[in-house]
Design a protein around this ligand. Structure first.
Ligand code: NAP
Length: 218
């Protein structure tokens, strides 16, 4: 069983992943930045740790992650400003990598973004900045010596989720439910032989386990 710290545990993907992990018998530490979020998290079987990724040093982040053997980074500034996007989406994963090194954690999962996101609409400077920060974080993670997986979901929706996907190193852009993303993350965490991979994810027709099995053989 894994002991997973989720950075972004109160978010759309993070809280769904926490529920699935707990339901499968894994242990979950959830980083949260508002004190009032702790009660709900505890009630759902997650150990809450208060902290803001912008303000935490890598050493403080390592303190928060004590006992974990897997880090999931699914935090995001969610359009709350350019500086916050730089600090959370851009710098955050690098800080989490430093925390992993302090603790000797080797397994790291980053929820990133599909390179084609937003390409078919008018240019929005803040969105271009967001995409550049996501790419900067991808580069930090991919250059690390960790056993990382960078997961790039398509446009996130709040539907019920499915058990079939399109998952691969390069696929066509599309939508995917946050619930499906959480299911894929759970399956990846339970399949550590899939590592040092950049994977794109949308809704599709391949059962999640089969899609991940194909990667193992690849
Ligand atoms: N929207 C899309 O279509 C799309 C597509 C591809 C990828 N993504 C990326 O996928 C990831 C997950 O998306 P989502 O919809 O689950 O995001 P979300 O619901 O906006 O969740 C973001 C999480 O980050 C946390 N967070 C924000 N600032 C923080 C800080 N300073 N310190 C610690 N935690 C902080 C939030 O905490 P609070 O609860 O306190 O706000 C929340 O838990 C994000 O990185 C997003 O950029 C999004």
């Amino acid at each position: 069983m894994a002991n997973v710290i989720i950075i972004g545990a109160t978010g759309g993907v993070g809280r769904r992943l926490a529920r699935l992990l707990v339901g499968s018998g894994h242990t979950v530490i959830g980083l949260h930045r508002k004190p009032e979020q702790a009660t709900d998290m505890s009630g759902n079987g997650v150990s809450p740790v208060l902290g803001d990724i912008i303000e935490m040093t890598p050493s403080e982040l390592a303190d928060a992650a004590q006992g974990a053997d897997v880090i999931v980074f699914t935090a995001g500034a969610a359009g709350s400003g350019l500086d916050r996007t730089t600090a959370i989406d851009g710098d955050g994963p690098g800080r989490a990598i430093e925390a992993a090194r302090i603790l000797g954690i080797t397994r790291f999962y980053l929820v990133s973004a599909f390179p084609e996101a937003g390409r078919l609409r008018e240019r929005v400077d803040a969105f271009e900045h967001y995409m550049a920060q996501k790419k900067r974080a991808d580069a930090d993670v991919a250059a690390s010596d960790l056993d990382w997986v960078i997961l790039r979901p398509g446009k996130l929706l709040d539907g019920p989720g499915g058990d079939t996907v399109s998952l691969g190193r390069a696929i066509t852009y599309g939508d995917v439910d946050r619930e499906t993303v959480a299911r894929v993350l759970l399956a990846l965490i339970e399949q550590p032989s899939v590592r040092r991979e950049i994977l794109e994810l949308t809704d599709g027709r391949t059962p999640i386990q089969e899609a991940i099995g194909d990667l193992r053989q690849g």
